[in-house]
Design a protein around this ligand. Structure first.
Ligand code: NAP
Ligand code: GDP
Length: 349
């Protein structure tokens, strides 16, 4: 007799990370039919606004998930965060409170929510690790987003206490397993389906769109130089993870990671780059596609640099998965640019 499929509800399913999970799930299902153990449901605002409890409840009632991968959030780069701290705080607090409450009410087996390395204390020692989330105020530029995300970790602990104190209500079919509410902490993500909008986006999609526009402009003017404008000094440093690598790690987390404490999902510390180096990779990739054009990188220091760095340790991840191979930044950027150009008409921008 075929075993019943486990329902995995992915909130934020239309976004950068949600779409990467969909791509990897489809790939794995083509490779092996054993992966049909799960039925993945990807939801977005089209299915309901998760910041409104009734709308969120309707989604849970419809799908009755066994697992929740909770990605939905108001998300944006430095410049969107600087403008809308209040909205980031209130919207994300509401979304997270609703989703976790419903995961409890619907007896979800595991709920994995998404934090970010930008929520760590601004004044800190490096590298940052999972124990340091609450050890001081976040960077002022994104305090709204950061405090809303930090509360997920607090909620996970509060729900876990509740499950322990009421274990008779939660242990399913004689198994000893209580529900697990946990979180992952990705570093800066980039890849297909990102938001390329110049005002809202993170740095990699922003640079790709600016480079694309500069090349089109140069072609129109029959010029062989295209200017890539980088906001800020180019000195800040970031660890970037390709969305498809992150998707693989999230699926691993769903099946294998049973701690309440968060886990940082990041490339190695040695893979950290300056924004200037990342811009150079974007520029070089465009130059390879348009050999007649030379990209000229310019820095505009009138723009904020934001947090200088947030170097995170992936030691915990490496203890679980010592051999995990991350996509190189040059391959990831090449594939993201290809995706952007091929899907130009539908890309968010
Ligand atoms: P994204 O591309 O902006 O996608 C956001 C997703 O959330 C979309 O599916 C969106 O639906 C949904 N959403 C937003 N508000 C909603 C609401 N009120 N109700 C229901 N759904 C809502 O974001 P992402 O980059 O994939 O981020 C996914 C998660 O990773 C987030 O929790 C984010 O904080 C975290 N993260 C991201 C990064 C990064 O660099 N991008 C780094 C670290 C952590 P619509 O498409 O319908 O609007
Ligand atoms: P953060 O990692 O949360 O600070 O977010 P971002 O990805 O938005 O920004 C990272 C860094 O890239 C900051 O130092 C920005 O000043 C710099 N940067 C350079 N050009 C751009 C751009 O076009 N868009 C964005 N968002 N940041 C840029």
């Amino acid at each position: 007799m075929a075993t019943k499929q486990q329902i995995v509800l992915v909130t934020g399913g239309s976004g950068l990370v949600g779409q990467a999970i969909r791509m990897i799930v489809e790939q794995q299902q083509q490779e092996s039919s054993s992966n049909n153990k799960y039925q993945f449901i990807f939801v977005s605002t089209k299915d309901g606004d998760l910041s409104i409890l009734n709308e969120a409840r309707q989604i849970f009632e419809k799908y009755r998930p066994n697992y929740v991968i909770h990605l939905a959030a108001m998300v944006g780069g430095l410049f969107r965060n600087l403008k809308y701290n209040l909205e980031f705080l209130r919207t994300n607090l509401a979304i997270n409170d609703n989703v976790l409450l419903l995961a409890k009410e619907f007896h979800v087996q595991k709920c994995i929510s998404c934090l970010s390395t930008c929520i760590f204390p601004d004044k800190t020692t490096y590298p940052i690790d999972e124990t340091m989330i609450h050890l001081g105020p976040p960077h002022q530029s994104n305090f709204g987003y950061s405090y809303a995300k930090r509360m997920i970790d607090i909620l996970n602990h509060a729900y876990s206490d509740h499950f322990k104190n009421n274990s008779n209500d939660y242990v399913v079919d004689g198994s000893n397993q209580l529900p697990i509410f946990t979180s992952i902490i990705p570093t800066n993500v980039y890849g297909p389906y990102d938001n390329f909008n110049l005002e809202d986006s993170h740095v990699i999609p922003g640079l790709i769109y600016k480079a694309y526009n500069a090349v089109q402009d140069a072609k129109l003017k029959n010029s062989n130089t295209a200017k890539l404008l980088v906001f800020g000094s180019g000195q800040p440093r970031r660890q970037f993870i390709y969305s498809l690598d992150l998707a693989r790690l999230i699926l691993w987390t769903m099946e294998n990671y049973n701690e309440i404490e968060p886990i940082i999902l990041s490339v190695d510390e040695s893979d950290e780059l300056s924004i200037g180096e990342a811009a150079k990779l974007v520029a070089e990739t465009f130059e390879r596609s348009y050999p007649d054009i030379r990209m000229e990188i310019q820095f505009d220091t009138n723009y904020s640099d934001g947090q200088f760095k947030k170097t995170a340790s992936n030691l915990k991840l490496r203890r679980y998965l010592p051999g995990f191979q991350f996509t190189s930044m040059s391959d990831g950027i090449r594939d993201t640019i290809r995706w952007f150009i091929t899907n130009y008409d539908v890309a968010r921008k």
